[in-house]
Write a protein that binds this ligand. Structure first.
Ligand SMILES: [Zn+2]
Ligand SMILES: [Zn+2]
Length: 311
């Protein structure tokens, strides 16, 4: 399963009751944070998931409302006595940006490693497409259309096929080894090699979580988010009359985010990254729901647990 929390829902600047847009998810105890603007460490404190288990931080882009909270967050993670390395992922240039921000947070009790992702067209996988060892999830990114290079992210949790007890019993393999096959590992026993496909059915539907902010709609987005269990997407304004403004500043309206959710066939859409000039996003929710009915307004520290659907 994946626990998801939207830490903030604001764009541009934090407000007293609306922190900047950021998402955290927890998979097998491992935390992955996406974006870290000013105040993100405070809203995470309010959420209560702790700092120590943040293994990966992804950045969509380098505008201040998405990254300026990093030095404080790194110090908070350091204060939690973390000593394991932390991986920072972002568009090409992320290492340089983080190193400059770290002038004010030079001493940390853990090492930082980097993965710089391409910023040109096409979907690509982080970690060379290998699952991340903590939590065993896959992460991929898609370049967007903003005022500077910007990436959408997708977290996928794969699910192995169903264990076939009858086939396992016919194998001549002691039961203590079955769990390895169930985990997808080969087993050597009594001079023979046993492989997972001997006892597992075809792969079952896993879980998919997508996060996209600070962009105009792009034609690749519906395919990138296809069939997601949850799609978290920017809607800087609800009023369709703001189209000229969002086109100029390369953002999205509620109705545009909803159209991407509909075209991508996702289960649920959460809107976020609201303009400070829009104090009451709920006034516009019906505009989004007319396009994609299962649209929900994001709110700070809104949480959800995504669970495997039985087949
Ligand atoms: Zn922004
Ligand atoms: Zn931006």
């Amino acid at each position: 399963m994946i626990d998801v929390a939207l830490l903030g829902t604001g764009g541009m600047m934090p407000l007293p009751h609306r922190y900047l847009t950021s998402l955290i998810c927890r998979i097998d105890g491992s935390l992955l944070l996406i974006d870290c603007g000013e105040g993100t460490q405070i809203t995470l404190k309010l959420l209560g998931w702790g700092y120590k288990n943040i293994d990966v931080i992804c950045f969509t882009h380098f505008h201040a409302d998405h990254i300026s909270g990093l030095p404080g967050m790194l110090l908070a993670i350091g204060n939690s006595c973390r000593t394991e390395p932390l991986l920072i992922i972002g568009p090409r240039g992320i290492r340089n940006v983080v190193e400059r921000l770290r002038v004010i947070a030079p001493v940390l009790p853990f090492e930082i490693t980097f993965e710089e992702l391409p910023v040109n067209a096409g979907e690509f996988k982080a970690n060379n497409g290998e699952p991340f060892t903590n939590g065993e999830y896959l992460l991929s990114a898609l370049p967007l259309d903003h005022g500077m290079p910007c990436l959408a992210y997708k977290i996928e949790l794969k699910r192995a096929g169903k264990f076939d007890l009858e086939r396992a019993e016919k194998l001549d393999l002691p039961k203590i080894y079955w769990k390895h096959l169930q985990r997808g590992e080969d087993v050597e026993y009594d001079g023979r090699r046993f492989t997972p496909d001997m006892v597992l059915g075809g792969a079952r539907r896993g879980l998919k979580l997508c996060y996209c902010t600070d962009t105009r709609p792009t034609w690749e987005l519906p395919e990138f988010i296809n069939g997601a269990d949850l799609f978290v997407c920017e809607g800087i304004y609800g009023d369709d009359e703001k189209l000229d403004k969002v086109t100029e500043h390369k953002h999205m309206l509620f109705s545009e985010a909803a159209a991407i959710a509909r075209d991508g066939g996702v289960d649920e859409l959460w809107l976020t990254h609201f303009s400070p000039a829009m104090p009451d996003p709920e006034n516009y929710i019906d505009i989004a729901r007319a396009v994609f009915p299962n649209t929900k307004l994001g709110r700070d520290r809104k949480t959800k647990t995504l669970i495997f659907k039985d087949e």
